[in-house]
Design a protein. Structure first.
Length: 348
């Protein structure tokens, strides 16, 4: 880490929020979009904003489709290089969540040039480049502004054979639900920001956030995977609600099967959680039954570069688990989709 007057720079101290916890609350976002007017809808647009999916998808007319997305946020960790890696992995995830392959990215950087040395910005971009290199993505330019708080992310372009395209709105009744990463990045990052934990103590979260969701590209090839999304700032509940609303179904969650990061249960007992947790819950409370004090904090926890939420035809469960194992995931079903009922989500 660079030093200013012999003081270690802690990037999380230079922003009011961090990671996908910076997202505008779901209810506020709905109001913004309702008043923004109608968009031009190209006849080649396969996926727009109708189902709140992860990216826009455009038919190229040759059996393939272009995927376009962007994501950026303020620091979730103190180390600049690591922050860049996490932000890049998070942005690339939206392409993987459509069953696609990212191939091109441009950077989005806001930086307080009067508060922080340029070496910090260099390290942020270097971290982003390292993840793009790992993904086989060309990071080719971008845009920077002088801003009061640092933020970083990518605008990403990907491609997918249309037959492999996955959406968040296409789950089927009886589908099993799987999650590829444990929950808790929002709570652990909040503990870091409050100096209750060190960066080494949340290394599990850092490793998870830097892990690319490349598995999504493989899932695009599986016909028995009916729907796919990634879990980010709206928490598991928010993104599962979007899946239910898009498919006109309800879902049951076996809370005991939800994977949680080490230390999360302890943070729940100490009421250490991001502000966006309660903003998320305010938007979901009328759509959920069976929430408890712990499950509210974990299922509404805003995830940064979270895992893939996958719906699988139950008849193909064994085949899916074999493919998951080949990709280094040992998974267990966390719930299933059921016929539409009064509530969208039932927590068991």
């Amino acid at each position: 880490m660079k030093q200013i007057e012999n003081m270690e720079i802690k990037l999380t101290k230079f922003s009011h929020g961090g990671g996908c916890g910076c997202k505008v609350a779901p209810g506020v976002l709905d109001e913004i979009l309702k008043g923004s007017g109608e968009s031009f809808m190209s006849k080649n647009l396969l996926v727009g904003n109708e189902t709140k999916d992860d990216a826009a998808v455009y038919d190229l007319g040759n059996g393939n489709a272009l995927i376009s997305t962007t994501d950026f946020f303020m620091p979730i960790v103190n180390d600049a290089f690591t922050y860049g890696k996490i932000a890049a992995a998070n942005a690339l995830s939206d392409v993987y969540a459509m069953g696609g392959k990212p191939f091109l990215a441009i950077a989005i950087l806001g930086f307080p040039t009067e508060k922080l040395p340029t070496e910090i910005a260099q390290q942020i971009i270097a971290g982003g480049k390292s993840i793009c290199k790992e993904a086989g993505v060309s990071l080719s330019g971008g845009h920077t502004i002088n801003s009061p708080e640092p933020f970083f992310g990518l605008a990403v372009t990907g491609i997918v054979p249309i037959k492999n395209l996955k959406q968040n709105s296409t789950a089927q009744e009886g589908d099993l639900l799987f999650l590829t990463k444990p929950l808790g990045t929002g709570m652990l990052a909040t503990a870091l920001k409050r100096e209750l934990l060190s960066e080494s103590e949340i290394q599990q979260a850092i490793d998870s956030m830097c892990l690319l969701n490349k598995f999504g590209e493989e899932l695009g090839k599986c016909e028995f995977v009916h729907a796919l999304t990634d879990v980010t700032g709206f928490g598991l509940l928010g993104h599962l609600i979007e899946m239910c609303e898009g498919a006109n179904l309800s879902a049951e969650i076996d809370y005991a099967k939800i994977p949680l990061m080490q230390g999360v249960k302890d943070l729940c007992t100490k009421f250490v959680y991001p502000d966006n947790t309660m903003r998320n819950w305010k938007a979901y409370e009328n759509k959920v039954q069976g929430i408890g004090s712990e499950s509210l904090l974990t299922l509404c926890d805003p995830q940064t570069s979270g895992g893939l939420l996958i719906t699988v035809d139950e008849k193909n469960k064994r085949e899916f688990l074999a493919i998951a194992s080949q990709n280094n995931f040992q998974l267990e079903a966390i719930g299933r989709f059921i016929s539409p009922k009064e509530k969208l989500i039932y927590i068991l």
